[in-house]
Design a protein around this ligand. Structure first.
Ligand SMILES: Nc1ncnc2c1ncn2[C@@H]1O[C@H](COP(=O)(O)OP(=O)(O)OP(=O)(O)O)[C@@H](O)[C@H]1O
Ligand SMILES: [Mg+2]
Length: 250
């Protein structure tokens, strides 16, 4: 089993501190969800963990190796990748070329081709459109391409920033099922989501951020009901010690 531990992450933009010392632990084969209101620092936290934004303080540890403040490509080589908010596919590049971009850390050409073939088998809607510009795909297909692109280097951990955003209800379910399936393949998933109701059933662990601070850390079982979750979410209830993974032995 692999474990990703971010501890005491402080970061921001320019001089503005946005994330004020947040810690998060995620295991391979599990889905760890990060919820929180708009602007609470969820994307900023993911970027700091993935090396896309320098952490001002704190450490990021992957199976005991310190990957904090390594550049994105070095973090990807260590087995951790991020799918940014909105997917971030290159709209003018074809589906195939987007996948190749995702595999830029793969130096062996045959391995690159094998990964592309394997992902096209897993994502048949992409296989039918390999030479189409990504920008002309539907929103759902672009999200699938973004996911497939992130999976190119066979990561141990994948950070997903709002993978279901803007999708129809049917596609939200399909996307979350695919994400659950990734964890069944022993990949560790860390997922920021606004669709809490849909995401909670596939979550093994959850964190709630508000105003750049951790409000809650626990398992879905620690949450009594939706009403309590919304109270925590809106800042009307603080995390209890019993709900913190450190004290519950997780
Ligand atoms: N590139 C940037 N430069 C300066 N400030 C930024 C930048 N990106 C985000 N911020 C600010 O940082 C704060 C947190 O933003 P962040 O995107 O991390 O929030 P979020 O929880 O992901 O929100 P959302 O749910 O809307 O995606 C916000 O106040 C935002 O305006
Ligand atoms: Mg965000």
């Amino acid at each position: 089993m692999s474990r990703l531990s971010a501890t005491g992450i402080v970061t921001g933009y320019g001089r503005q501190e946005i994330v004020h010392g947040v810690s998060l632990t995620a295991d391979s084969g599990a889905v760890t969800c990060v919820f929180g209101p708009n602007g609470s620092g969820k994307s900023t936290l993911l970027k700091a963990i993935a090396g896309a934004l320098p952490a001002w303080q704190g450490t990021v540890d992957l199976d005991g190796r310190n990957i904090g403040n390594l550049p994105v490509h070095a973090v990807a080589r260590e087995g951790l990748v991020m799918m940014p908010q909105g997917g971030g596919v290159f709209p003018r590049l074809t589906v195939i070329d987007n996948l190749k971009m995702g595999g830029y850390v793969i130096s062996d050409r045959r391995r690159m081709d094998r990964r592309i073939d394997a992902l096209l088998e897993e994502y048949p809607s992409l296989k039918r459109r390999t030479n189409v510009a990504a920008g002309s795909l539907s929103g759902g297909e672009q999200m699938m391409l973004a996911l497939a692109r992130a999976l190119m280097p066979e990561p141990r951990f994948i950070l997903l920033d709002e993978p279901s955003a803007g999708l129809s209800p049917a596609l939200v379910s399909e996307t979350l099922e695919r994400i659950r399936a990734l964890s069944a393949q022993d990949i560790g998933v860390v997922m920021v989501e606004q669709n809490i109701r849909e995401a909670l059933p596939i979550a093994d662990r959850l964190y709630i951020l508000a105003a750049g601070e951790e409000r809650f850390a626990g398992t879905p079982d620690d949450v009594r009901d939706d009403a309590q979750l919304m109270d925590i979410y809106m800042g009307q209830e603080q995390a209890t010690d019993a709900a913190r993974p450190e004290s519950s032995g997780l």
